[in-house]
Write a protein that binds this ligand. Structure first.
Ligand code: ATP
Ligand code: MG
Length: 698
């Protein structure tokens, strides 16, 4: 019981009935779960009869780790997993009752898209993805195809429901399930098969659920059937952190608990152990305007701490540089020495790119969670593969990537023969190429192709060594892309033109970034231009290839985290930067930035008011990730599609900055004044932004 306050102890000690811990961020809800696992075991419950359900696999791994520290080896038998992983386990064991073989396959999102194309008779991935969204939502609401058709509101929905029926037939025929089935089918099992339900209810001595506010209706049904009438469970959650409404999560689940389990014990936690008072106040100010479902209070004894910083950046690049400078100065001041103490959080995946580039430039190790790293994208890896080969001819993985990108008629058999030969003589693939005595398995035509490739690489290496300055570097890179016909390669390999186009944009972005780094000047963060040496393209390529070693270092995990706000839920860092806190992006304005939208929130269906409430919760989640320092930045210019537009600070920034309303001053007046000030700042830059757009377009 050490390390728990009285309220936490109360929740931990209550073991024989339903329990709900409802409390704000950082109040130790997750800690209650780990300690309760230990408590249940010491009270005599077999570890194998305890299940703890977390929101992500990563959270599960962390909880397993923490439980192990508390309890030791026995913790291993506790089932700690996500709802989906629990579903897999149930289906592997008992899916036969539904006609599912134990070795059924689980389709990922891409598999589902192609199956839907087939079921709906289209080649258009976009249409298929729209069906996918609709079907997924229906499944999360517990509707099958027939029920979906019965409640369809228009022809479009009716058609989608019929496609769903054909899609389901295919899933059955292929012994496959999709992600939503991992919840829906176990529910069906528990509902329709008394023996299976009895077995699982017997098995589940106690079920614990973290992040309960983000469960959806089907997950709730599964939980209810698993715990049965005895209702031995512990759910912990915070209605103010419900941010997955767009995926079907519903706060109704919080309201249903006391109705379905009248003897529910509700525990409230009020002390926040994570953040300083300054940070907590900002969080409370932002969530304040939302309707209060359950009254809560939250205080911190960690002291006032540093004030929350508001950073107004000129552009996204500038914002990223300021973030990097902040990380460096915090370390230089001795406030934190580990990279893992820092996180940059943003709304949508695509915002990561500029931060990645700035961190790489400063050679700071980082990881991107909750989305793909820009440098992990296939097209960027292709290009980096080529660059690595120029820097180091003996880099075999890079050789293989380059020689097949694009395909130049050098086939698998040829490469295999070359590989066998190379390892026999302890040569790199590239060296083997020129060894003069290639094995007979390689046809003379293939040898010709290989030699041509080798010569091309040598030639490029020579040119890269002698190319300096942004202009020349750009010309070099564009020539090279033309030589290898990379744009065509992308369009050939990608069924959707839109995706191919976005890949090609990434390629051009990458080339811009490379060539700027060959240029002679860099802008420092204070806006002063500093002259620096021009670099050759090969030198820049060298640092780029060094970067793969940076991401290698990721393995020891002492790295800066870049994450979407959604993926940051439940986590904490000493120093947090919230980036891109612009009006239109956070809160998100529909139609304003469709790319961010589809990535971060799915299609819009709820009302604007509900939307804004969820946005507010998202901001609240972001702020409450910070332990000691928080910086919130916005940009005076931002990209909207292909245009640059003037950026405005998010309304949340002004709201955050409100002091505690203990003074006589009317907070609304102060809010107005702050907004006016921001608007003035923004309009100063509006003209500049317009000019920038004009220049960009010419
Ligand atoms: P979130 O809502 O963000 O998921 P949470 O309520 O789950 O937050 P935890 O992550 O469990 O909060 O705890 C926040 C921090 O406070 C952690 O670092 C945890 O170790 C610490 N903490 C929790 N309870 C106590 C306590 N009684 N004494 C000291 N530290 C505590
Ligand atoms: Mg938690």
């Amino acid at each position: 019981m050490s390390g728990l306050n009285l309220a936490q102890q109360e929740a931990v000690n209550y073991m024989h009935g339903p329990c709900l811990v409802l409390a704000g961020a950082g109040s130790g809800k997750t800690r209650v779960i780990t300690h309760k696992i230990a408590r249940l075991i010491t009270a005599g419950l077999e570890p194998g009869r305890i299940a703890a359900i977390t929101f992500t696999n990563k959270a599960a791994a962390e909880m397993r780790e923490r439980a192990k520290t508390l309890i030791g080896r026995e913790a291993k038998q506790v089932l700690v997993c996500t709802f989906h992983a629990l579903g897999v386990r149930m289906l592997r064991q008992d899916g036969a009752a539904l006609g599912l073989k134990p070795q059924f396959s689980i389709l990922d999102s891409d598999d589902v898209t192609s199956l839907l194309k087939d079921a709906g008779g289209t080649t258009d991935a976009k249409t298929a993805r729209q069906w996918q969204w609709a079907i997924s939502l229906w499944k999360n609401m517990g509707l099958n195809a027939a029920q979906a058709e019965a409640q369809a509101k228009d022809d479009n929905e009716r058609i989608t429901a019929r496609i769903m029926a054909r899609y389901e037939e295919r899933l059955t025929a292929y012994q496959s399930v999709d992600f939503d089935d991992l919840i829906g089918l176990p529910l069906k099992l528990l509902k329709d098969h008394d023996d299976v339900r009895a077995k699982w209810q017997q098995q589940m001595g106690h079920v614990l659920v973290d992040e309960y506010q983000d469960t959806n209706a089907t997950q709730y049904e599964v939980l209810k059937l698993l715990v049965g009438e005895r209702g031995r469970f512990t759910c912990v959650g915070d209605d103010d952190q419900s941010i997955y409404g767009w995926r079907g999560a519903t706060l109704d689940n919080l309201k249903r608990l006391p109705q379905d389990f009248p003897e529910l014990k509700v525990v409230k936690l009020e002390q926040n152990y994570r953040s300083t008072s300054a940070i907590l106040r900002a969080a409370n100010n932002v969530i304040g305007p939302n309707p209060k479902l359950f009254p809560k209070t939250l205080f911190s004894e960690l002291g006032e701490g540093e004030p929350v910083r508001i950073v107004d950046a000129d552009s996204e690049e500038h914002e990223a540089e300021r973030a990097v400078a902040r990380i460096q100065s915090t370390r230089a001041n001795g406030l934190s020495k580990d990279w893992k103490d820092f996180a940059v959080l943003y709304r949508a995946n695509h915002q990561a790119r500029v931060f990645e580039q700035a961190l790489r430039k400063a050679q700071i190790p980082y990881k991107v969670s909750g989305g793909q790293s820009f440098f992990d994208r296939a097209e960027i890896k292709d290009l980096c593969g080529w660059l690595r080969l120029l820097v180091n001819n003996d880099d075999d993985p890079a050789f293989l990537r380059a020689v097949t990108t694009p395909k130049r008629g050098i086939g698998h058999t040829t490469l295999q023969a070359l590989g066998t030969f190379a390892s026999q003589y302890k040569l790199s693939l590239f060296a083997a190429l020129f060894s003069g005595s290639l094995p007979s398995a390689v046809s003379s035509r293939a040898i010709g192709g290989l030699h041509e490739f080798g010569r091309y690489v040598n030639d490029m290496e020579f040119r890269a060594r002698h190319t300096t300055g942004a202009e020349d570097a750009r010309a070099f890179l564009l020539d090279w892309l033309k030589d290898i016909d990379y744009e065509k390669h992308l369009y050939d390999g990608e069924e959707s033109e839109k995706l191919a186009a976005s890949r090609w944009t990434n390629v051009l972005d990458f080339c811009d970034w490379m060539s700027q780094r060959c240029g002679g000047t860099i802008d420092d963060t204070a806006g002063v231009t500093i002259e620096s040496e021009k670099k050759t393209l090969l030198e820049v390529a060298q640092t780029v290839s060094l970067l793969s070693t940076i991401s290698e270092r990721e393995k020891d995990q002492n790295v800066v985290t870049l994450s979407t706000l959604h993926a940051a839920k439940g986590l904490e860092w000493p120093h947090v930067m919230l980036a891109g806190v612009n009006e239109g992006l956070l809160p998100f304005k529909p139609g304003d930035d469709d790319k961010a939208m589809s990535e971060a929130t799915g299609p819009m269906s709820e009302s604007i008011v509900q939307r804004l409430q969820e946005e507010r919760r998202l901001m609240y989640v972001g702020i409450t990730r910070a332990q000691r320092s928080l910086a919130v930045s916005w940009t005076k210019k931002r990209k909207k599609g292909r245009e640059m537009v003037a950026g405005m600070p998010s309304r949340f920034i002004a709201e955050m900055a409100l002091e505690k309303s203990t003074t006589k001053e009317d907070p609304r007046e102060k809010l107005k004044a702050l907004r006016a000030e921001f608007a003035r700042k923004a309009s100063d830059t509006a003209a500049a932004a317009a000019a920038a757009t004009a220049a960009g377009g010419s």
